[in-house]
Design a binder for this molecule. Sequence first.
Ligand SMILES: NC(=O)c1ccc[n+]([C@@H]2O[C@H](COP(=O)([O-])OP(=O)(O)OC[C@H]3O[C@@H](n4cnc5c(N)ncnc54)[C@H](O)[C@@H]3O)[C@@H](O)[C@H]2O)c1
Length: 257
Amino acid sequence: MTSRILHSPTSPVIVTGAASGIGLACAQALAAVGRPVALWDISPSVTEAAGQLAGESGISCIGLAVDVADLEAITGAVAASRDALGPIGGLVHAAGIAGVSSLDQLEPAFWDNVININLRAEIFIAKALRADMASLPGSAIVGIASINATLGNAMNPSYSASKGGMLAANRALADDLAADGIRVNSVSPGQILTPMIQQAIDHAPGLKDSFERHIMLGRMGEPDEVGRVVRFLLSDEASYITGAELVVDGGNIPSQR
Ligand SMILES: NC(=O)c1ccc[n+]([C@@H]2O[C@H](COP(=O)([O-])OP(=O)(O)OC[C@H]3O[C@@H](n4cnc5c(N)ncnc54)[C@H](O)[C@@H]3O)[C@@H](O)[C@H]2O)c1
């Protein structure tokens, strides 16, 4: 039996939330295999991150300060990314906020903000990119969901809804965009050591130990362990995977510990 050697796309990718953590690790993993990256983030530090990545990798990268909750800003940033790098063949939606608020504390504006950043943005960026992606073979989208799409936590109904909604929405997009040869998948990280979770650990002594006691691999994950999986899903190595959720949690959901 022979195994085909696949030549993966080299088209540019937009990565949201790319100033930090998982988004930055995805941008680094993609640039490492020669894919130009448009790094988007609400933090202005994203321009510095893009400059550093371009310098280290020798690959074209741009950084754009954009609030993905703002639909007009999305339209402008898609055009600016295309102008700088050419037609876009990949999207990673990693921008997200933790959305910690129990039911009793929950306010409508808070709910809307979590949903708009974590979920709505991905859908409307995908809509703006459809023609680009349809024109480029091997185009693909990855949304960063969470194990909280599956696991219940009283402190984050809005976050859980945004991530569970992403799994469902990505299955719907996968069905629609398959007609254009575009694959759409979700990656659900477990507890990954990024600034987002570091804040929680810093404020709760013993939290890291309790996470690690439960995880089969006995440790929290590193951002690059998610970045490499995202790169795989954006490559032709994953040519028959669409509408799927890939859980990257070190054995968290399956654990009985
Ligand atoms: N770290 C974890 O353990 C973990 C687990 C599961 C899922 N996730 C998800 O992974 C993604 C990345 O999280 P992370 O852990 O790297 O956190 P992070 O805080 O390090 O990175 C998130 C990035 O998103 C950016 N961002 C926030 N709001 C934005 C907006 N409105 N517009 C543009 N950018 C915005 C932030 O500035 C930040 O750079 C999130 O969607 C998060 O929900 C993280």
